[in-house]
Design a binder for this molecule. Structure first.
Ligand SMILES: [Zn+2]
Ligand SMILES: [Zn+2]
Length: 397
């Protein structure tokens, strides 16, 4: 029996094993793991459905290589020439067709994800790609992770979260489906917005050391737990401190009594928060265009009190700037950090005279028109704020 195509791929089974249940989880963790388990069964069923009947699958099946065939391909790949003009380059992130799934029945959620390390061509001109796989949380079940792993993908990762790995493989061009955009989730205030349903990553799995490295979000210093971006649960919401650039769970701050109500505070909390200008982090803030703000007037030395539309705009800006910076649950994966960060900087520039007034619409676009509209329903003044557990002087966050 001859195979129609030899795609060249080591078997990488996306369907999970039971291993992670042997990891000695707490009761709550077990409950959560069960939830994950149920989802995995669904995925497995879906994959089966996607593969269609045996007859149909035979028409368009990718055979999985035996270990010997995979080794042969790996040594053949070493002898191939590095290829230019293939449309692939180092660093590209791509969707890959899984084994057993007919090409015409592809469900984007179930496709495999990989980073191109090196495109090469064999003597016949056929393109092969050296790749590193991305894992989903479910796929990490096949790993033999330490019992007390700090970053447990099953408990922490969102549905669209990918873990980049050093797991090497070789695929043929025919397994390539399309390019894929993957965002980087960080703790940075300049974090680009990651919309629900888009792919993102923050952890890197090193096969050799069997460990997650190069994490781009840090654990909450109170509970040592990592941020859970897509849990949708209130208990996973976090508040941001613009001074120490760290995120803390609301419930952890509550448990430590680290909050301050308006009654306990000598000054207006909205103003106090609005003054909280985030200091630049290691990455310099993106240069903002000045086109949508009116430049400072050089002819009139005295500033007139704002009126009408300008007064309303400044009130809105002050209210947004005086809101706590949050992420998680209903606030979304990346939360409000970028918008409120922008509002605070803008307010600071307005108060220090760097800009003399807000234009009628441009400032809204800079912050995000939707957020500005939503903010009209927010209370005029902040009722309470949290206190940073890390910064001196009861830093309001
Ligand atoms: Zn915490
Ligand atoms: Zn702090």
């Amino acid at each position: 029996m001859s195979r129609k195509r030899n795609h060249g791929r080591v078997s990488f089974n996306p369907i999970v094993s039971e291993k992670h249940l042997e990891n000695g989880l707490s009761e709550e963790e077990e409950e959560e793991a069960e939830e994950v388990e149920e989802e995995e069964v669904e995925v497995a069923k879906e994959l089966e459905m996607e593969s269609g009947s045996a007859d149909e699958a035979e028409q368009d099946e990718t055979p999985t290589l035996t270990p010997q065939e995979a080794r042969a391909l790996a040594s053949r790949f070493k002898q191939m020439v590095k290829a230019k003009g293939t449309g692939f380059k180092k660093g590209d992130i791509i969707l890959v067709r899984p084994d057993r799934v007919p090409k015409k029945k592809l469900n984007p959620e179930l496709l495999w994800k990989a980073r191109v390390i090196e495109p090469r061509k064999d003597q016949a001109g056929k393109v092969y790609l050296g790749i590193h796989w991305f894992y989903s949380a479910e796929q990490t079940s096949a790993l033999n992770l330490p019992r007390k792993v700090k970053f447990n993908p099953h408990l922490v990762c969102g549905k669209h979260e990918l873990i980049e790995t050093t797991h090497e493989d070789i695929i043929s061009r025919e397994d390539f489906v399309s390019p894929l955009a993957v965002h980087q989730l960080t703790d940075d205030p300049e974090q680009e917005e990651i919309e629900d349903g888009t792919w993102y990553t923050r952890a890197y799995y090193n096969v050799k050391s069997n460990a997650f490295t190069k994490m781009t979000t840090a654990p909450c210093t109170i509970c040592k737990g990592y941020y859970r971006p897509e849990s949708g649960k209130e208990k996973d919401e976090q508040a941001y401190c613009p001074k120490c650039h760290k995120w803390y769970h609301h419930i952890c701050l509550d448990e430590k009594g680290l909050h301050q109500s308006q009654d306990e505070c000598e000054e207006d909390l909205t103003r106090r928060l609005a003054r909280n200008i985030p200091e630049p982090t290691s990455q310099p803030p993106a240069k903002r265009s000045r086109n949508n703000t009116v430049p400072k007037s050089t002819t009139s030395p005295t500033r007139r009190a704002p009126q009408g539309a300008e007064l309303r705009a400044q009130k809105d800006l002050r209210r947004i700037a005086g809101t706590r910076i949050v992420r998680g649950a209903t606030f979304g994966i990346t939360g409000t950090v970028k918008q409120i960060y922008t509002a605070r900087r803008m307010l600071s520039e307005l108060e220090s005279g760097v800009i003399s007034r807000l234009s009628s619409t441009g400032w809204k676009e800079e912050i995000g028109v939707q957020l500005v509209e939503d903010s009209k329903d927010w209370p005029e003044s902040t009722e309470f704020c949290y206190i940073c557990p890390n910064c001196p002087g009861r830093q309001a966050i």
